[in-house]
Design a protein around this ligand. Structure first.
Ligand code: ATP
Ligand code: MG
Length: 431
């Protein structure tokens, strides 16, 4: 049966889905440039690319992100496939990377592994500036190292990347979430505090305060924020190992001259998170000011059925990063090196062959297929911003020569048709 009933089939403009977007030429160059810089820096820091599917069993996200989070509660695109199995468009990448790490026993040879991945994520939230339903992330994860120094390395990486991308006014917000040894005491103190301010909390937080009190610290509702100013700080509850770890993180960040603030309300709601957690914020972004978030999730690998291996990582919001970068898309827009203007049937065929050969040689070449006059072909070359025009007519072809015009200086030279592609490549490269 057709998915669309026949009588309803009519011609109308189909628009993209709300919260989704196209990234068109003119803008995509900026995305490519940002990705290129990020990829290079990730490789320089020893991360290996891993590509994971964009769909997984719903259970993977429910278990790793947690039933009690905004993402799982209300943001996931979940649907039964044709056999009725529940699948979800990935809202983040860490769960899949951990799954792959366990499934392929990537820890067997060496538990220390560093991965990165870049791609689309899907969350059905209210679309607004900086918040889309399909958005992109750059993800990095480090497995197998317990030391807080690798958390510092991740933060240092982010700050370095942002500076290369000419993003200004970014600051790292950091906190420690303690460990399963010291966090329960904090949770008890927090719960007591929440009871005392419960009349000031939003309805979501009233629910959270019993199910997952840490998440109240993260609430963005102004009245909750105000009520939480006097909340106890987890930093006062850290055990000696966690305190030592957090001191080392802060000292090393200072040593590396990474600007940071300690933010006691920066939390993650799940038990497998531990110790360092961080967010990179950019003031210029306005309300959605987090451009990257991350932290240590020591318990997740074993939670998902793998061995007890610590891990830490981050996710950068690619869309927000492109809004922040000082790089200019125009600077990366690739114009044709040469526009081949042909007059006459024979010349057009020759021109077509050259254009194919140019492409093969890494020279960007364009041609008019519509039989336009020389004048309008030259106009087209101008409009496209071609550096050179190569002009050939049937008479020139018979004499085995063509004219190469520098579109900027208007200088023209005669070039032989024998070895033409190589010749012109030489001229263009020499420039
Ligand atoms: P937020 O508080 O903005 O909702 P989050 O805690 O849900 O962020 P993470 O899951 O930590 O976000 O994702 C890391 C980064 O991905 C964020 O810092 C942000 O830059 C980006 N991001 C998250 N959700 C979206 C979205 N819907 N659209 C665009 N970027 C997003
Ligand atoms: Mg969110």
């Amino acid at each position: 049966m057709p998915i669309y009933p026949k009588k309803e089939r009519q011609i109308f403009m189909i628009q993209l889905i709300r919260g989704f977007k196209d990234i068109l030429p003119g803008e995509v160059e900026l995305w490519q440039a940002v990705e290129k810089v990020a990829r290079q820096l990730l490789e320089d820091f020893g991360f290996k690319e891993i590509r994971i599917p964009i769909m997984e069993r719903t259970e993977l996200f429910a278990r790793s992100i947690g039933e009690d989070t905004d993402i799982v509660e209300k943001e996931m695109y979940t649907f039964p496939d044709r056999k009725g199995d529940l699948i979800t468009l990935r809202p983040e990448a860490t769960a899949s990377i951990v799954r792959a790490y366990i499934q392929h026993r990537l820890y067997a040879k060496d538990p220390v592994q560093k991965f990165y991945t870049i791609g689309p994520m899907f969350r059905r939230e209210r679309p607004q500036k900086g918040r889309y339903r399909q958005f992109y992330q750059i993800n990095a994860e480090i497995f197998g190292v317990q030391s807080g120094l690798v958390d510092v390395q991740l933060i240092f990486f982010l700050v370095t990347l942002f500076s290369r991308l000419q993003v200004s006014d970014v600051k790292a917000h950091i906190n420690s979430l303690g460990c399963p040894k010291c966090r329960p005491k904090f949770k008890t103190a927090l719960s007591e505090f929440l009871e005392s301010v419960s009349d000031k909390l939003c309805s979501n937080c009233i629910r959270r305060k019993d199910r997952n009190p840490l998440r109240v610290l993260d609430c963005k509702v102004p009245s909750c924020r105000e009520a939480m100013v006097k909340a106890p700080s987890i930093l006062d509850f850290l055990c000696s190992e966690c305190k030592e770890d957090f001191d080392e993180v802060k000292n090393m960040l200072e040593k590396l001259r990474v600007p940071f603030v300690v933010d006691k309300n920066l939390v993650r709601g799940l038990d497998y998170y531990a110790r360092t957690t961080f967010e990179i914020q950019a003031e210029s972004l306005g309300a959605q000011n987090a451009v990257a978030g991350g932290g240590r999730y020591d318990g997740l690998v074993s939670e998902l059925g793998g061995p007890d291996i610590p891990a830490t990582g981050f996710a950068i919001g690619f869309d927000r990063l492109t809004e922040l970068t000082g790089l200019d898309a125009k600077q990366f827009y690739q114009k044709p090196d040469v526009f081949v203007a042909a007059l006459g049937g024979q010349s057009r065929l020759a021109a077509f062959e050259w254009v194919c050969a140019f492409g093969n040689q890494g020279i960007r070449a364009e041609l008019d297929f519509g039989g336009k006059s020389l004048k309008s072909q030259m106009k087209q070359a101008d409009r496209l911003g071609a550096r050179y025009a190569l002009i050939v007519g049937d008479d020139e072809l018979a004499k085995r020569e063509a004219v190469l015009r520098n579109m900027q200086t208007k200088e023209q030279i005669s070039v032989s048709i024998d070895g033409l592609v190589e010749n012109i490549k030489g001229i263009i490269i020499a420039e």
